[in-house]
Design a protein around this ligand. Structure first.
Ligand SMILES: [Zn+2]
Ligand SMILES: [Zn+2]
Length: 139
């Protein structure tokens, strides 16, 4: 069992199955790209619906991560929520959403994270973090 494998035996009786899992950041950190660090628990919610011979699911993965601010290179902590969607092969006893969650996390990663909307960045001359002090350079 992976941390994102769900038991689908309930689909034998129910047409729609609501699944929920809360994961510790360490369990999914290996999925993260670049310098992104998961800093809070991840909430995965799935709704699996049986139709015909197979089933499909939709849901969300939400949590918090720390990225690198593109302006000051400091930590940029953000909450995120990404949607999940996929098909379940007919008769599958379990659903492993690992790959789907990995892709959703990568798509949700912002290309240009900022620690705050008005981050002043680093001084191009002396390198001081201008959010913290006025270095006085004429730039
Ligand atoms: Zn910043
Ligand atoms: Zn400066």
């Amino acid at each position: 069992m992976t941390p994102l494998q769900f038991d689908l035996s309930g689909l034998a009786e129910e047409a729609v199955l609501a699944l929920e899992r809360r994961l510790e950041p360490a369990e999914l950190q290996h999925m993260m790209a670049g310098s992104a660090v998961l800093t809070g628990p991840l909430e995965v919610q799935l709704s699996v619906a049986r139709h015909g011979s197979g089933a499909s699911y939709s849901g969300t993965v939400a949590g918090e991560w720390e990225l690198t601010c593109v302006r000051c290179l400091g930590p940029a902590r953000q909450r995120f929520r990404a949607t999940l969607e996929g098909d379940v092969p007919a008769g599958a006893p379990t659903l492993d959403a690992t790959e789907e969650v990995r892709q959703a996390l990568h798509l949700a990663l912002p290309g240009h994270a900022r620690c705050r909307a008005d981050c002043k960045g680093l001084c191009p001359k002396c390198g001081a973090n201008r959010n913290e002090k006025l270095c006085g350079c004429a730039v």
